[in-house]
Design a protein around this ligand. Structure first.
Ligand SMILES: Cc1cc2nc3c(=O)[nH]c(=O)nc-3n(C[C@H](O)[C@H](O)[C@H](O)COP(=O)(O)O)c2cc1C
Length: 325
């Protein structure tokens, strides 16, 4: 897939995820084979007003390239200005969020709300492309609901407007996260995309899932929750695609060491107290599948400093290694 000057073969992308895909988590996935990463979605009005929390979210680093800054909004002037501001921070591309389903975004016509008004959708894309010389990509859903699947028209409209890649979360806005992502739409979407690359998204969790969507004609895959559960998925999938065999699963030590490293990077980014509490959501994923980890998770929830958390995790690992499964 071409993205401006970049040529990326079968991109496996880490999905943009609010409160998850910050610089710390993006670096972890990048080191484990993610080819594309994105910032958390950020409101263009907040960027234009130079709100600190918004500006913090769209900082990018050299190590994570190629990286996209994801914007959302629908006011043309703000989109154009925010795209220019985002470009000045040095990302490789700008992604437009046209798929966020949450009420406060979609009901005011932003995010997935654009799927109800394709004229507005097109003018959003045109505003962003006016604001930046960088490649512009779009992430969206199938349609507003099952009776209004508009993704084929959307794909054609985006290609016509020079969008450089389309990612489709194969659910409707109405579905939120319910049901299964419907990958059966992908071959038709790919056809409607013409020369614009297509990344599939939604319920892609295993290397086999990735192979399945590639077999449906997609150019790449975007992985969200599957990467929170298993940041190794990118390199595991690459191994599987290259050899047809599964790479060995990360060891208990790999899981605990990565958890501690992620915690430290997260806290360095978000501050001691806030960082420790907002990191709590990750323990369940790092400890998944490890026997007797429940009391450890409970203990971790009561701690507010990195040192004692590290001690609990290392103590657990020592006990874990001593007792054979
Ligand atoms: C915690 C969380 C935060 C998310 N935040 C964003 C976001 O900022 N921008 C976006 O485009 N999608 C966001 N999403 C949606 C994901 O990018 C992705 O489309 C969705 O989770 C489906 O993919 P999955 O089944 O691989 O998780 C978020 C999803 C989760 C779980």
């Amino acid at each position: 897939m071409k993205l401006g000057p970049l040529e990326i073969h079968t991109p496996l992308a880490l999905a943009p995820m609010e409160d998850v895909s910050d610089i710390a988590f993006r670096a972890i996935c990048k080191e484990r084979g993610a080819d594309l990463v994105y910032t958390e979605f950020t409101n263009v009005e907040a960027i234009v007003r130079d709100v600190k929390s918004a500006m913090d979210k769209i900082q990018v680093t050299e190590a994570e390239r190629p990286v996209g800054i994801q914007l959302y909004g629908s006011n043309g002037e703000s989109l154009e200005r925010a795209a220019a501001i985002a470009e000045s921070l040095g990302p490789d591309f700008i992604d437009i969020n046209c798929g966020c389903w949450v009420k406060k975004v979609a009901m005011r016509g932003d995010g997935a709300g654009l799927l109800r008004d394709l004229g507005r959708f097109e003018s959003v894309v045109q505003s962003v492309t006016r604001g930046t010389k960088l490649p512009v990509t779009v992430k969206t859903r199938l349609g507003w609901d099952a009776d209004s699947i508009v993704i084929l028209d959307v794909a054609r409209m985006l290609e016509h407007n020079g969008v450089q890649a389309l990612t489709v979360h194969c659910r409707t806005r109405k579905q939120g996260y319910t049901g299964q992502a419907d990958w059966s739409w992908l071959p038709g979407i790919k056809e409607a995309c013409g020369s614009m690359p297509l990344l599939a998204n939604g319920d892609i969790v295993t290397p086999e899932d990735i192979k399945a969507i590639l077999d449906l004609g997609c150019d790449g895959a975007m992985i969200g929750r599957g990467a929170i559960e298993n940041p190794w998925i990118f390199e595991q999938a690459k191994h599987y695609l290259a050899t047809g065999e599964h790479a060995s699963a990360p060891s208990a030590e790999d899981r605990i060491e990565l958890c501690i490293r992620h915690l430290k990077d997260h806290v360095a980014l978000h501050g001691d107290r806030r960082g420790v509490t907002s990191f709590r959501k990750f323990y369940v994923h790092y400890l998944r599948g490890m026997r007797d980890s429940h009391p450890v998770r409970v203990a971790l929830m009561a701690l507010y400093e990195v040192g004692p958390i590290e001690e609990v995790l290392r103590g657990f690992l020592e006990r874990y290694a001593e007792v054979p499964a």
